[in-house]
Design a protein around this ligand. Structure first.
Ligand code: FES
Length: 113
């Protein structure tokens, strides 16, 4: 019998969803790593690494729609689900995030962040 690698996951409660205004992002430090959490106008939430791979711009301050965030420094775009950049930059890391029954943002890391 073969067993696969089991990677430990860690659940992080980031605080109330209301900390993030609708249509905006906020940066959190999770395990010493900056993570940008966005609250979409359609009701969803997304989480990606908060430091732009192009030149270190503050991704949490970027403009968003339902699909992408645009870095405020040089306007490179990143897909909020995959982290991939349609403008040719290295990808952002993405994180599973949801809102629990108490209205709290919950982010999951897998030990590699
Ligand atoms: S630092 Fe983000 S696009 Fe240049």
């Amino acid at each position: 019998m073969t067993t696969g690698d089991v990677t430990a996951v860690t659940v992080h409660r980031l605080g109330p969803l209301d900390q993030v205004p609708v249509g905006e992002g906020r940066a959190y430090v999770v395990n010493g790593v900056q993570v940008a959490v966005f609250r979409l106008r359609g009701g969803g939430v997304r989480a990606v690494s908060a430091v732009c791979p192009h030149a270190g711009g503050p991704i949490a301050d970027g403009q968003i729609d339902e699909a992408v965030v645009v870095c405020p420094l040089h306007q490179h775009a990143y897909d909020l689900v995959t982290g991939c950049s349609p403008t040719g930059q290295p990808p952002l890391r993405t994180y599973p995030v949801h809102v629990d029954d108490e209205g709290c943002l919950v982010l999951v890391t897998d030990g590699t962040s």
